[in-house]
Design a protein around this ligand. Structure first.
Ligand SMILES: [Fe+2]
Length: 432
């Protein structure tokens, strides 16, 4: 059965039969496909396709969405014939209700995962081997939940008590790594290994006294030394158990390394840090700072990403930009590229919809010119963000001054003046 829905209501698992405007307008090379990734849904939306026709006999049916059950024109007469025979559309359910159902599903996934993870981890604390066979199936369940509704799963994992912190943190890092790996379009086998690595990256904490893990306040140097031993303890535990993929061992040992070589346990420089190690360092910290800890309240996603971006030497910056893209929440002060091929500064968050912040476009990329433009609020509807950009790439050492000028709104009075990327001095003059 073919049904026309708004692109914004597309979900993972739907079978796309056709798109409005025909396949010339489609961002995909295939004529029909099953949506398996959020990035595919984003591609449809970013291509400006307002509606798609799905086959509910071959994939997931619309749920709680504003399903416009009607035919499309032209060569979509076949659709019209089918739709005419359809029963009346179900009453529209409220968005809140759909969100509640998504949260319920995510909560069930996290609860089931937590039971397995806590049992396996507690056994390790008692001296048993790591039961990898019990934990591996969780990867598929978490992956399925993340592709269905990543926001719900991450929201659910943020709520954790101090005694369940390590279990939930492991589930959350697995979810973030899976989501990040899908965004980077890594092979499925690697996605799976990264999910398993997320679940097991902190297994070494089972060799750290519980009182120390749950201690409120800062640790003294000897206590910190014990805690910082957990990557090596975890690596040893995994090596002593049944075989695990190399990626799992790598992430367990290196998720606290930094690109400036000042991480632990080995202080490995960026050139020798693998992609999984660099990805896991980002996901590990992001989850830690966006969840409530015994001694610290959570930061918002936007604050967390802004602060992580400001920590020089900690993360692979290019990878952190891609992570921000994968989360879809652009921090205030970040540089982004809009669909109109303009560079814009994120100037204000949006509590109602963190994925649609207020931005200030100020630079036209094709024309290489500074522009005077008013702020955009509903960027997703008008001129959506395509991706994060690195300010230093476009404006070199002048980026901090450039950003300050745009923030101050001085660009609004500037002459539209040619500006070569990497040579921002003329921009500064225009905005001073
Ligand atoms: Fe850790």
């Amino acid at each position: 059965m073919l049904v026309t829905i708004k692109t914004e209501d597309a979900r993972i698992g739907m079978f796309v039969h056709a798109v409005a405007g025909g396949w010339m307008a489609s961002p995909f090379w295939r004529s029909q496909l099953v949506l398996t990734r959020t990035s595919e849904i984003r591609k449809l939306r970013d291509a400006g396709i307002g509606e798609i026709v799905i086959d509910v006999a071959k994939g997931v049916a619309p749920e709680g969405a504003a399903t416009a059950v009607r035919a499309m024109d032209g060569d979509m007469a076949e659709v019209a014939a089918v739709v005419d025979d359809m029963p009346a559309a179900r009453p529209r359910r409220s968005r809140r209700s759909a969100e509640e159902r998504a949260l319920d599903r995510a909560q069930a996934t996290v609860d089931a995962s937590k039971r397995v993870v806590s049992a396996v981890f507690d056994d390790v604390r008692l001296g048993k081997a790591v039961n990898v066979a019990a934990i591996a199936p969780l990867v598929e369940q978490i992956a399925e939940s993340m592709t269905r509704d990543p926001g719900a799963l991450l929201a659910v994992t943020r709520l954790r008590t101090k005694d369940e912190y390590t279990y939930i943190h492991s589930i959350a890092v697995a979810a973030l790594l899976i989501h990040f790996a899908h965004h980077l379009e890594l092979p499925e086998a690697q996605v799976h290994d990264l999910g398993l690595a997320g679940l097991l990256h902190d297994i070494g904490k089972m060799a750290v006294p519980k009182a120390l893990l749950e201690k409120p306040g800062k640790l003294d140097p000897p206590e910190m030394a014990v805690l910082r031993n957990h990557p090596e303890r975890g690596h040893a535990l995994l090596c002593a158990g049944p075989p695990v993929p190399e990626v799992v061992l790598d992430v367990c040992l290196h998720h606290h390394e930094r690109v400036d070589g000042r991480g632990y346990p080995h202080g490995i420089p960026a050139a020798r840090l693998s992609l999984p190690a660099r990805m896991s360092a980002i996901c590990d910290v992001y989850d830690a700072v966006t969840s409530n800890r015994p001694y610290k309240c959570a930061w918002s996603a936007s604050d967390a990403l802004a602060r992580m971006w400001s920590w020089t030497g900690h993360f692979d910056e290019d990878l952190l930009m891609r992570f921000i893209d994968s989360i879809g929440i652009y921090p205030v002060g970040g540089l982004v590229r809009l669909r109109s091929n303009r560079l814009a500064l994120v100037i204000e968050g949006n509590d109602g919809d963190p994925t649609a912040p207020r931005v200030r476009p100020f630079y036209d990329i094709p024309q290489q010119r500074v522009i005077a433009a008013s702020d955009l609020a509903a960027v997703r509807d008008v001129d959506p963000i395509q991706r994060a950009e690195r300010g230093a790439y476009w404006f070199g050492d002048e980026w901090p001054a450039t950003k300050a000028a745009v923030f101050a709104g001085m660009i609004a009075n500037a002459r539209a003046e040619a500006l070569e990327p990497g040579a921002a001095s003329s921009f500064q003059e225009a905005s001073s």
